[in-house]
Design a protein around this ligand. Structure first.
Ligand SMILES: Cc1ncc(COP(=O)(O)O)c(C=O)c1O
Length: 369
């Protein structure tokens, strides 16, 4: 088969799935990457970011990315790296916690934490004590305080939970973390909250040790591109390993790493800057409020809770049936089985027009019973 034909088949395969441009993907934390960021990925796609002795330029790009993300969190000392995404970042952060407290075996995390926390614990022979949520689905700080004991190595909180986008009470939780490692998973909210300024997430929280922030969610970069940021370089130094066969020091969970991911993030932040991201986030928040207003007029649909960011839980009487029907109409929606709601993520490709079409279909679907 010649390349032309192979690519034709590939495009055909891709064409069978929905695209972001059509606007019907409304339950995903991904969006169409910035074209210039995609091009950056291509330019650096043959660069292995492990081999910094061969490709020193990628090290410089990554340092600039980490410095910029550090500035978002008001920490010029922040040290970290570009990961494959939130899962790797969370595992790396908890790996650093384990290095700090090798004797301790317990992680304390609210029930709303991402499932990668369970994976990290399971991989490292640790256990998770899952703590309660308040009635708005945020972590209950008192439950966390109670769960912390001498065996606790880390506490995890989330800034933008996967299910509902809720921001845990970070300042209150921080107060309980004097003796333990404190990790904040801001995989989604990390590219939202610094631009809305509505909820604080920064290293002014004195016990904060590490933060997960994913550019490949609200940062407009291609997958894979996540990041983990530690308070300073000592955490990574503790994880450092020097293989005998190459002249590099590696503190990253993965060995070979895509230079493409690093270049893609570098270009996105140069292209958009703080103001560009703020414009995108402001629009998403404006559209989130528009969605909430539209939902208020639909009988049989309601908000699970007032959203903290651009993720909305839509509570329904017959969630499974409604979700299936919406999917039949071509909507890319996902059902949350625990809460019995649809998760609607107001990503940059979800315009007011898309929201209007969705709410019309939702209202008609509910009426049909
Ligand atoms: C809060 C949070 N943390 C971590 C992750 C995992 O990210 P990834 O899928 O990039 O590994 C997600 C994914 O949606 C998330 O919402």
């Amino acid at each position: 088969m010649d390349d032309e034909e192979i690519l034709r088949r590939l495009r055909e395969a891709r064409g069978t799935d929905p695209s972001y441009v059509g606007g019907r993907i409304v339950s995903s934390v991904s969006t169409e990457p910035l074209p210039v960021s995609l091009e950056a990925y291509r330019i650096y796609s043959d660069v292995n970011a492990l081999d910094t002795y061969l490709f020193p330029s990628v090290k410089i790009l990554e340092a600039e990315v980490i410095a910029w993300l550090g500035s978002l969190l008001r920490n010029p000392e922040a040290a970290g790296y570009v990961t494959t995404g939130g899962t790797e970042s969370n595992i790396e952060a908890l790996y650093a916690a384990k290095k700090l407290f090798p004797e301790r075996k317990k992680i304390v995390a609210p029930k709303s934490a991402h499932y990668s926390i369970y994976k990290a614990a399971d991989l490292m022979g640790l256990r998770v004590e899952w703590t309660d949520l308040d009635r708005n689905y945020r972590a209950d700080a008192a439950s966390i305080r109670k769960a912390i004991d001498k065996d606790t190595l880390a506490v995890v909180a989330t800034a933008g939970t996967s299910a509902l986008g809720m921001v845990d009470p970070l300042e209150e939780i921080n107060e309980s973390c004097d003796e333990v490692f404190f990790h904040v998973d801001a995989a989604f909210g990390g590219f939202v909250l610094p631009f809305t300024g509505t909820k604080r997430i920064d290293y002014g929280l004195r016990n904060l040790d590490s933060v997960t922030i994913d550019p490949h969610k609200m940062g407009m970069t291609p997958i894979p591109s996540g990041s983990v940021l530690f308070r300073d370089s000592t955490y990574l130094e503790a994880l450092s390993y020097t293989p005998a066969y190459i002249p590099v020091e590696s503190s990253t969970l993965c060995g070979s790493r895509s230079g493409g991911s690093i270049a893609a993030v570098w270009v996105a932040i140069k292209s958009l800057g703080f103001d560009g991201y703020k414009r995108i986030v402001d629009k998403c928040m404006e559209n989130t409020h528009f969605l909430c207003d539209e939902l208020a007029g639909i009988e049989g649909a309601s908000l699970v809770t007032e959203p903290d960011i651009n993720i909305v839980g839509i509570s329904l009487k017959a969630p499974e049936k409604t979700c299936t029907r919406l999917r039949d109409l071509g909507w890319g929606v996902a059902l949350n089985r625990d809460i019995g709601c649809i998760r609607f993520v107001v990503m940059p490709h979800v315009s007011k027009e898309v929201i209007s079409r969705f709410t019309v279909d939702l209202a008609e679907t509910i009426k049909k019973k």
